[in-house]
Design a protein around this ligand. Structure first.
Ligand code: UD1
Ligand code: CA
Length: 452
């Protein structure tokens, strides 16, 4: 059986009050549409079509990496009309699964069950029980079997009492879907072509409607405004936090963790409050990450301590290393085992060797720093002449005195010492003290100026 997915995303989304199409608003750092797309891929869909109506340029631009076909629904005449913009492109023998770009949290396992339930011309429908079903299409049953879906605006008072509602998500044979869509009219309270009318048609044709219920209501929740999106975000994040806790990672507060990408953490690691993880982050065993750290696309080895308010991006941090507080580790940085980067140190495209330290107030860029090096407070690599970038090499065992400027390209030799306050413009030899500051003098009889 081939699966072909149609994602409806043509609604205007006016309640978001945004210039951006609704489905591009992000959940866990990723457009809602991308969540639905990824779920489709997880299900092994051979074809994915997105029905869009607004902001096509923005959508296609931001979703360039999707393998999808775009189907324009120029006018939003209802969900059946929306599906019809894409369903004729599906091979008749495929199973069509209808998803929604603004329903981001449906689990792949739930949909797998839904798709499995398609047989012959039966319709497989995802439903949910809601305490407050206001606004939703009600599932009407007779003798336990579904006979129709009645939209809230078309429902009788008795039907309005039904708590089982339509999620909108359904799977059906594509050939049969197209047959039904041709028969659906718009004679209803909203004057729309309702996809839900397929249910009554199928029943009339002697087919059965097989329902699957979602475990959690959020799986079926469609996002209409930013309040809802923010609430769903917390539910999603809570799920990630619970998974980490189960895997043996401690969190100071599972409600104050944000993972916008993929985070793996070894056992006995601890993540304090208000940390944000983006992209792909791998954290080892026994690591402590203090409050307020922002870590993106990085790997952090065992037993590291990342102190408060450190920002790390695109870096490799080896085991037993300490970073922060208030450190900025920029792309291309490799901190080797047991090294240390302290407060107000910015480090970019630099390798810091084993047991080396840059503990305070420095900028280290485009550098190669060996083992057992001490970088004094206020050291700056002057790597940029306004046009080009140059490299600084500091060899094993060197000691860079405080407030040194290293004007690249420049090399500091093995076990070399640079005196504090030096501006180093030429290579400094091994095992030697190099200094470049004026000799100190004191001027006798000098007086401070006085106010006139
Ligand atoms: C729909 C269902 C309802 C269900 C509810 C669940 C129908 C007729 N009703 O109602 O039974 O309980 O979803 O949330 O299907 N869309 C388009 N083009 C259109 C119309 C809609 O792409 O012409 C998209 C919207 O962007 C949205 C989705 O389809 O993502 C649902 O449309 P909406 O108008 O919100 O349907 P509901 O009235 O909520
Ligand atoms: Ca809706």
């Amino acid at each position: 059986m081939n699966l072909s997915v149609i994602i409806l995303a043509a609604g205007a989304g006016t309640r978001m009050r945004s210039s951006k199409p609704k489905v591009l608003h992000t959940l866990a750092g990723m457009p809602m549409l991308e969540h639905v797309y990824n779920t489709s891929k997880k299900l092994g869909a051979k074809q994915v079509q997105v029905v869009y109506g607004h902001g096509g340029d923005q959508l296609k631009q931001q979703c360039q990496h999707f393998e999808v076909e775009w189907a324009l629904q120029a006018e939003q005449l209802g969900t059946a009309h929306a599906v019809q913009q894409a369903s004729p492109n599906i091979a008749a023998e495929d199973v069509a699964l209808i998803l929604y770009g603004d329903v981001p949290l449906t689990k792949a396992e739930t949909l797998q069950t839904l798709v499995k339930n398609v047989s012959g011309n039966n319709v497989s429908l995802l439903t949910v029980n809601l305490d407050d079903p206001t606004g939703y299409g009600r599932i009407v049953r007779e003798g336990g079997k579904v006979t129709a879906i009645v939209e809230h605006k078309d429902a009788s008072e008795a039907q309005k009492q039904i708590k089982e509602v339509n999620t909108g998500i359904l799977a059906v044979n594509a050939g049969y879907l197209n047959e039904c869509l041709d028969k659906i009219g718009n004679d209803n309270a909203q004057g729309e072509y309702y996809l839900t009318d397929i249910i009554a048609l199928a029943v009339n044709d002697g087919n059965e409607v097989i329902t699957t219920q979602v475990e959690h209501a959020y799986e079926a929740e469609g996002i209409n405004d930013r309040k809802q999106l923010a609430r769903i975000e917390r539910i999603f994040q809570r799920g990630i936090a619970d998974k980490l806790l189960t895997e043996g990672i401690s969190l100071a507060d599972p409600a104050r963790l944000d993972v916008r990408g993929e985070l793996t953490v070894g056992s006995d690691s601890f993540i304090d409050v208000n940390c944000v993880f983006e992209g792909r982050v791998d954290v080892g065993n026994g690591v402590t990450i203090a409050p307020g750290c922002v870590i993106k696309d990085a790997s952090i080895g065992d037993d590291c301590i990342i102190k408060p308010y450190s920002v790390i991006e695109n870096a490799v941090i080896e085991q037993q290393t300490e970073v922060g507080p208030f450190a900025r580790i920029r792309p291309g940085t490799h901190l080797k085992q047991n090294s240390r980067v302290g407060n107000f140190v910015e480090i970019k495209n630099t390798e810091l060797g084993e047991n080396s330290k840059a503990s305070h107030l420095s900028y280290l860029g485009d550098s190669e720093i060996g083992k057992n090096v001490n970088i004094g407070a206020g050291t700056i690599t002057c790597n940029y002449d306004g046009a080009n970038k140059f490299k600084t090499i500091i060899k094993d065992g060197a000691f860079i005195g405080s407030d040194t400027q290293l004007v690249a390209p420049v090399t500091v030799g093995e076990n070399a010492t640079i005196a504090a306050g030096s501006t180093i413009t030429r290579d400094a030899p091994d095992d030697t003290l190099t200094l470049s500051r004026a000799a100190q003098k004191s001027i006798q009889g000098w007086r401070r100026p006085k106010k006139k």
